[in-house]
Design a protein around this ligand. Structure first.
Ligand SMILES: Cc1cc2nc3c(=O)[nH]c(=O)nc-3n(C[C@H](O)[C@H](O)[C@H](O)COP(=O)(O)OP(=O)(O)OC[C@H]3O[C@@H](n4cnc5c(N)ncnc54)[C@H](O)[C@@H]3O)c2cc1C
Ligand code: FES
Length: 247
């Protein structure tokens, strides 16, 4: 278990906080850590900033993430990692599509010239929108309070996907499922970063499997072709207690 002192905290959206810490480790965009809150639990978390300091960007959903939000500068982060495969950054003209906190795993690939679709429920939920070239990014909000009124898929439908060399997607599974179907058969390289409940993070417990694919070790990043072969994708998932539920 690694531990590191928190060097900075900043709010980046409604209920979303960036936490900076020192970690002398080379990482790929899309890799993650298993973040432990002593006495509460451990959850997967992408590294959103790969420089010095490193950062995670956490949205409070439930038990562990809410406790992480209570940490302050000078407190310690406990984690295991780096874990997972990371994105294959390819081609010159790239499009990043992030829904909600999914934008955190894509953040390391934001740079000048990169295109983006940043989606969330309301304008308050859009993460890292300001970091894109403003003439190359579409904001999409369900309530229309910022940018395009609609989903990330609605915004994507206004673009020609084949005009991009590569597209990278991370967000709620319903959003990724719609985008997968829309991009199937198109002449563009596509990768998705998938989310599942994780316990071990190292390929032992199988709680993260989708149709036998272990998200923690073989992923979390998978190509469009691989995701299309996963029959459970977009339909069912396991809860932390191991019960299979529909999305
Ligand atoms: C590889 C990977 C990378 C991740 N990176 C990030 C990241 O950078 N930032 C981040 O904020 N989160 C990230 N997550 C998601 C994060 O791990 C979960 O939000 C976390 O496990 C929730 O745990 P909890 O104990 O706080 O909530 P729980 O108490 O387990 O859940 C409370 C409720 O919230 C729901 N819930 C939990 N997570 C989500 C979610 N992501 N979306 C919608 N509903 C949810 C649960 O179904 C449940 O109903 C990542 C997940 C994976 C697999
Ligand atoms: S989290 Fe245990 S096998 Fe993936």
């Amino acid at each position: 278990m690694i531990n590191s002192v928190i060097t900075g905290i900043s709010d980046v959206a409604a209920n979303v906080r960036k936490i900076d810490f020192k970690w002398d480790q080379k990482l790929l965009p899309g890799q993650f850590i298993m973040l432990w809150y002593p006495g509460v639990g451990e959850i997967p978390m992408s590294i959103s900033h790969l420089g010095d300091p490193k950062s995670i960007t956490v949205k409070a959903y439930g038990t562990v993430s809410s406790k992480i939000m209570e940490l302050g500068k000078g407190d310690r982060l406990y984690f295991r990692g780096p874990l997972g495969n990371g994105f294959n950054v390819r081609g010159k003209k790239r499009l990043l599509i992030g829904g909600g906190s999914g934008m955190a795993s894509l953040h390391p690939m934001i740079e000048r010239g990169v295109h983006g679709i940043v989606a969330g429920r309301t304008s308050a939920d859009l993460i890292f929108l300001d970091e894109f070239d403003q003439d190359r990014v579409l904001a999409a909000s369900d309530d229309g309070s910022s940018g395009f009124k609609g989903t990330a898929l609605d915004a994507l439908k206004t673009l020609d996907p084949e005009s991009f060399d590569s597209i990278y997607v991370c967000g709620p599974e319903a959003m990724m499922f719609g985008i997968m179907k829309h991009l199937a058969g198109k002449n563009v390289y596509v990768e998705f970063s998938l989310e599942r409940s994780m316990k071990c993070g190292i390929g032992v417990c199988d709680s993260c499997s989708i149709d036998g694919n272990q998200i923690c070790t073989q992923g979390p990043v998978f190509s469009l072709e691989s995701v299309m072969k996963m029959r459970e994708f977009g339909l069912t998932r396991l809860t932390t207690s191991g019960k299979r539920i529909r999305f």
